[in-house]
Design a protein around this ligand. Sequence first.
Ligand SMILES: NC(=O)c1ccc[n+]([C@@H]2O[C@H](COP(=O)([O-])OP(=O)(O)OC[C@H]3O[C@@H](n4cnc5c(N)ncnc54)[C@H](O)[C@@H]3O)[C@@H](O)[C@H]2O)c1
Length: 367
Amino acid sequence: MSLIPVALVGVGNCVSSLVQGLFHYANGGSNDEQGLMHWDMGGYRPKDISVVAAWDVDSRKVGKDVSEAIFAKPNCTAVFCDHVGQTGAIVQMGRILDGVSPHMASHPDHRRFLVSDAPEPTKAEVVESLKRSGAQVMCNYLPVGSQQATEFYADAAITAGVAFVNNMPVFIASNPVWAEKFRSAGVPIIGDDIKAQLGATIVHRMLTDLFAKRGVTLDRTYQLNTGGNTDFLNMLNRERLASKKESKTEAVQSVAHTRLDDENIHVGPSDYVPWQNDNKVCFLRMEGRMFGGVPMNIELRLSVEDSPNSAGVAIDMIRCAKIALDRGLAGPVLGPSSYFCKHPPVQVTDDEAFTAVEDFIAGVTVN
Ligand SMILES: NC(=O)c1ccc[n+]([C@@H]2O[C@H](COP(=O)([O-])OP(=O)(O)OC[C@H]3O[C@@H](n4cnc5c(N)ncnc54)[C@H](O)[C@@H]3O)[C@@H](O)[C@H]2O)c1
């Protein structure tokens, strides 16, 4: 058994990048450190993480070893590791609930989820499977809008005593009711909604903080994003989008000197462009006033492969969850949540969150 056995929920593009990364960084040569924020974290290295259980609902993934399922359609992210080995973890049929949006049915099979007709598990079966696997940390990668499904797996993690890393924008760590459930069960949680390594959110936040610190009044801003993966296809269903928009918008609002009126800030996934696949393009504009009220603006275009952009952050979140387990922490782990997530229980600037997470890792602060 590895030092950090992990269970994965939703074997999509982000999990593909995460699992490829675990093999890519497993050997530990000095060049391999590039691309990670931390190599050694509290004594844990990326190679100390292994996948021991996984759930999905797609017929092309269920029943396969995770190492094969990550390359099955509709996954479309970059393949950067040519030596992904068998994990021994076979993707199990998950509980569907609200994980799959009906509008996907009108898109080609290779672009959408194809739901398996395998029997769905009960919560008790998921708990039993988690315990049998020895998983210590569960990572949630369900599609945006999967409120019931996320609550189902979070509940299973609590019952099994497994730490929860919530990478998507259903509010669990930042929801006081759920935070208390984790706290009273003695289980740590990091969330919500992973903040990518160098993505639209961190760039927009840093620039917003820069405006505030340099005394420039921010009057208006937008952040438009396009992509061609299933995350973007799923988000064409606007009804699923409320928490994602709140998470992304609040991430920017929370570091502004003065909150912008709702009509002066627009942040969100904007359109689905199939040929972009996992390439995400962000168009960002900020309009402000400088010394003497003189106007200025910034236009920025950011192009990134979406899923690898989150995987190194996930490797850090998993290790922080393990450190929290080692320290017997329960409920939301605040520093790591603030630094690694868009919608944490406590919003601070990224500079403050960086200090908080480094202090947490070093043991200077408990949580
Ligand atoms: N890429 C990033 O940088 C980033 C950043 C922040 C948040 N996220 C979020 O992470 C999540 C995962 O992103 P992704 O690109 O991997 O998505 P994806 O669409 O590639 O993967 C989702 C997976 O979940 C599976 N699934 C659907 N319903 C399920 C259920 N009920 N039980 C088990 N599995 C189910 C699907 O079959 C699919 O394999 C999304 O919510 C996304 O918004 C990603």
